[in-house]
Design a protein around this ligand. Structure first.
Ligand code: GDP
Length: 137
């Protein structure tokens, strides 16, 4: 079993798509082993996306991530990291495959509805950024 970290971003929560996206997650065999609905501060979003701090879109993207409530998740499944990235679809919804969450829900490359860890190390960092061990069951 593998764990990955996911976010339902403000654009998705704002448009009432949390339930629809969670339904896709569960129906694809992921177990939701931690879940929290919260509002990120700009500083929390900046810390989370620290690897992107030199990118031109960093100020705008971290403002967007702290613009409204999000749902933070830890998902468990065999091959969870790669399978969740596949279900999410490409970063830019214009490039996302049919049937992916970003294709069906995302507004644009920045307001792209969901986040997913891209590797084992980032998944470990991202889970521990928001959840303590006692919150994951
Ligand atoms: P992801 O792993 O597919 O989420 O993509 P990245 O790690 O490359 O980027 C992190 C997040 O930054 C993306 O999910 C988008 O919300 C945002 N982002 C990425 N590329 C761009 C861009 O070119 N312009 C803007 N405005 N936002 C971007």
């Amino acid at each position: 079993m593998e764990r990955t970290f996911a976010i339902l971003k403000p654009d998705a929560v704002e448009r009432n798509f949390s339930g629809k996206i969670l339904e896709r997650i569960e129906s694809q065999g992921f177990k939701i082993v931690a879940m929290k609905r919260t509002l990120l501060s700009k500083a929390q979003a900046e810390g989370f996306y620290d690897v992107h701090k030199e990118r031109p879109f960093f100020p705008s993207m971290t403002s967007t991530m702290s613009s409204g409530p999000v749902v933070l998740l830890v998902l468990e499944k065999e091959n969870a990291i790669a399978d969740w990235r596949k279900l999410m679809g490409a970063t830019n919804p214009a490039d996302a495959e049919a049937g992916t969450i970003r294709k069906d829900f995302a507004e644009n490359i920045e307001r792209n509805s969901v986040h997913g860890s891209d590797a084992t190390e980032t998944a470990a960092f991202e889970m521990s950024y928001f959840f303590s061990q006692t919150e994951i069951h």
